[in-house]
Design a protein around this ligand. Structure first.
Ligand code: MN
Length: 290
């Protein structure tokens, strides 16, 4: 085993709104060098860093829209999101919960701040990640995993210095709760100041860390709040040390070495399949949602 070194540390620049409810830094694929191919199977990462939404009687969010060919993973850190899709999936995710929606052959869905939360407003913090599907699963049936925080396996670091929540993959033999279609690790790591945690992923896996709260060092390199640290595709192991109380999202996945054709909410392998997706959407084949 050898050290997996940092390739780049990126501080995301501006934000933009998705609908009127998500004020995000687009990290994948918007930042140069973080293309869908480079980061596969992670083909999109939007980060809504903590921001305040004032009270609103009408929940803010994104109205009905389609997806085909991949999975959307939403992690709520602050605030509440309500989701409904045309396959019957839906629910409310609150602090610490995860929603893992397999769009696959196609769903319509909508994503809004939860109604009661919206009335009061408050601090909102969320990650939305798109995980690509291997070609053979792109047209499989949609699926929905509602993952309450209480069901996420938690590895306690020695001396109560931190917790590793295993959303997907595994950590120290603790298996993640989410089922995935290709090898994916998704770990939510909470560390007290000065605590360290060790990680090991296969050399070829695309691996990165997003700092959600506080600041960390990775093998001595400072990684501040909101920064995204991308690792080289060699070596396996690295250590995160919290410079202050910190929370980070660690992602690592086996690249899906297949062609990518992407157009808005559709991510397929060929342009022909994108045309088909648009045709199917326009002719009502994605089902119906109010
Ligand atoms: Mn969506």
């Amino acid at each position: 085993m050898s050290t997996k070194s940092i390739e780049r540390i990126i501080q995301p620049a501006g934000t933009h709104f998705v609908g009127d409810g998500f004020k995000v830094h687009n990290i994948i694929p918007g930042i140069q060098g973080l293309s869908m191919q480079r980061m596969s199977p992670f083909i999109m990462l939007d980060y809504n860093a903590p921001c305040y939404f004032p009270p609103s009687e009408t929940p803010r969010g994104v109205d009905v829209h389609p997806h085909r060919g991949f999975e959307t993973v939403t992690i709520a850190y602050k605030g509440k999101v309500e989701h409904h899709d045309s396959s019957g999936g839906g629910g409310i995710i609150a602090e610490g919960d995860v929603q893992w929606m397999t769009a696959a052959s196609g769903v319509l869905h909508k994503e809004f701040h939860e109604k009661e939360w919206s009335k009061h407003g408050g601090l909102f913090q969320m990650v939305q990640l798109w995980v690509n599907l291997p070609a053979k699963y792109k047209m499989s049936a949609p699926k929905y995993q509602a993952i309450a925080n209480s069901t996420i396996p938690k590895f306690n670091l020695p001396n109560e210095l931190g917790i590793v929540e295993v959303i997907a993959g595994q950590y120290n033999n603790l298996k993640g709760v989410a089922s995935t279609f290709s090898p994916v690790y998704l770990l939510n790591v909470k560390l007290k100041a000065t605590a360290t945690a060790n990680f090991s992923f296969p050399a070829n896996f695309n691996t990165a860390v997003l700092v959600l709260e506080g600041a960390i060092q990775i093998d001595g390199n400072p990684v501040p709040t909101n920064a995204f640290a991308l690792f080289e595709n060699k070596g396996e192991e690295f250590t995160i040390q919290a410079s202050e109380n910190a929370q980070v999202l660690v992602l690592s996945g086996e690249p899906i070495n297949e062609p990518i054709a992407a157009h808005g909410p559709f991510v397929m392998n060929t342009r022909q399949e994108i045309m088909q997706a648009m045709h199917d959407y326009n002719t009502g084949k994605f089902g119906y949602l109010d």
